[in-house]
Design a protein. Structure first.
Length: 223
C-alpha cells in the first residue's frame, strides 16, 4: 500500500491583510477627520495630537470595523469563490485595535461573511508579518504595506504580493530581486495567486506521473 505524504496533500495557504487590501479604512478615517476637525482637517499626515483625538473618536464608534466599505466591490466574494474552487486555506490577518462593541476579530468575521466569505479565519495580530507567515507556513501573503512585504520575504519562504493602488507613485524600494509582486487591486492579486498555485502543483504532478509510470513498468517486468 502506498503512503500519502503530508507534502502531497498540503493545500495552497494564503494570508490576506484587511485594511487597504479588502476594507476601505482610509475613507472612513478621512470622513471622521473632517467631522472632527472640519475645514482644519490636514490634507497630509495627521499631527500626533490630532491623530490621538481622531483614534479616540474612532474607538468610541460601536462596531466601527463593520462600518467600512469594501475597496474593490465584489472582491471578497470573488476571493471566496476562488478559494472554494481551488480549495485554498485562506487566513485573514489584521492589526486592528479594539473599538466599542464586539471584539475586532468578531467584527471582522461578520464583515467578511456579509460580503460573501462564509466562516473566515480571522487573526488579530501584532507581530511582524514575516514571523506570522513563517509560523503559519503561508505560501503567499497579500498586503498593502511595503515593509510588511519585505518582512514576509525576509523572514519566511512565502511569496509577498503588494497591493499598490497609486500607479503614478511607485513604492520607494527596489522590488526587482525580492519575492514581491506588485498588483493594483484584489482581482489582480487573485489572478497572480492562481498562477502561483498552478506553478506549485505542476512539478509535483509531473513527478507523480513519472513515479506511476516507473511503478507500472516494474510491475510489468515482475509479471
Amino acid at each position: 500500500m502506498s503512503t500519502i505524504r503530508a507534502s502531497d496533500t498540503r493545500r495552497f495557504r494564503v494570508g490576506f491583510d484587511m485594511d487597504g487590501v479588502l476594507a476601505d479604512l482610509a475613507s472612513a478615517i478621512a470622513r471622521h477627520s473632517h467631522e472632527l476637525f472640519g475645514s482644519e482637517a490636514p490634507a497630509g499626515p495627521i499631527p500626533p495630537r490630532r491623530r490621538r483625538r481622531l483614534w479616540n473618536r474612532v474607538r468610541a464608534v460601536e462596531n466601527f470595523w463593520e462600518t467600512l466599505d469594501e475597496i474593490d466591490a465584489g472582491g471578497v466574494a470573488r476571493l471566496a469563490a476562488v478559494a472554494a474552487e481551488r480549495r485554498w486555506e485562506t487566513i485573514f490577518l489584521t492589526t486592528r485595535p479594539e473599538t466599542a462593541g464586539d471584539p475586532a476579530q468578531m467584527q471582522t468575521h461578520r464583515w467578511l461573511a456579509a460580503r460573501g466569505f462564509s466562516c473566515p479565519n480571522v487573526f488579530v495580530v501584532r507581530r511582524s508579518r514575516g514571523q506570522i507567515a513563517a509560523a503559519l507556513e503561508l505560501d503567499a501573503m497579500v498586503d498593502d504595506r511595503v515593509q510588511s512585504c519585505v518582512d514576509v520575504v525576509s523572514e519566511s519562504s512565502a511569496q509577498a504580493v503588494l497591493v499598490w493602488r497609486q500607479p503614478d507613485d511607485p513604492p520607494a524600494i527596489s522590488l526587482d530581486r525580492l519575492r514581491i509582486d506588485v498588483v493594483k487591486d484584489v482581482d489582480e492579486s487573485l489572478d497572480l495567486l492562481m498562477k502561483r498555485d498552478g506553478e506549485r502543483q505542476r512539478p509535483r504532478s509531473q513527478l507523480a506521473r513519472l513515479l506511476q509510470s516507473f511503478a507500472w513498468r516494474s510491475a510489468s517486468s515482475v509479471a
